[in-house]
Design a protein around this ligand. Sequence first.
Ligand SMILES: [Mg+2]
Length: 341
Amino acid sequence: MVDISVIFEIIIIRDFVFSRVSHGNMKVLIKGMVIVMEKILIVDDSLLQATRLKDILDDEYDITIAQTAEDGLRRASAEKYSLILLDVVMPGMDGFTLLKKLQEEIITQSIPVILITSLSDVQNEYQGLILGAVDYIVKPFNPLIVKARVNTHIKLYNYRKQVEHQSNTDQLTGIANRRQYENYSSVRWSEAVRLETPFSICMLDIDHFKAYNDTFGHPAGDKVIAAIAGTVSDALQRSTDFVARYGGEEFVVCLLGDSSGKAFEYMKKIRKSIEGLCIPHEPSVSEWVSVSIGGVTVIPKAKYSYDFYLKTADTMLYDAKKNGRNQVVWADEKMRQLWEK
Ligand SMILES: [Mg+2]
């Protein structure tokens, strides 16, 4: 005789797994293994057509359906999709218009879009590819072709993301590199101009680092750079906080929305936590490894030059060094200096 409780258990586990898959949760737990499913957005006014596509891809991907272009755009901006399958002919906003809008938004422009077209739609296909779609799928669907194309584009997308990540990351420390900083700072600076919100630029430099390297060797010096990068990036947890390795033993931090007083206090805490790592320095130089920090806070206007404020932060850093190191010096919104020591 079959044990009914075992059957119930199987049904409960199955429903649990299915509900996790079908309710947009990327992580599915099966026997303790975490399988991360890539998310795909299908934008199609025909529910029948969208459901057919969903059925083809459902076992490997986490699928969401949007039945209007507007809903598709909203979802694409709000969640992280690895691919969008987009129907061209829809009432209201059509697929091409949505494709253009996706390309204009920073958040959505890198998501690959595959167009869904009919066999007779050669002109549409051409236009879609010109607009930036990566591929097209012809109705009626051949499940094997759909799967193969989707798999290929998701693989390519992930590869591209990986390459992008590597080219924006400092190898030694794992934090942003100077290239990412250049992009980030210019985007955020424009944002601060538009929002009329304070922007802080801050330079951070390890004290007597040459002496450290000369005494303990470069591999030990690299460990210090990595430890400090880790401490700073752990401390900067808000979504608008940013730190990058600027070069050698120098780091740059950008903060958005803080007054000079708040930014100054924030960086003082970070300076103290680096001192608190208690990394022994060459004793004749200092007891522990420390950093000097120079920063500036400005409410930027369109005519202001970013480079001028970056130089100001550098001058504050120079003053911190001159005044005995292991301290923060700041220029406030009125260019008055704030001294820690
Ligand atoms: Mg349609």
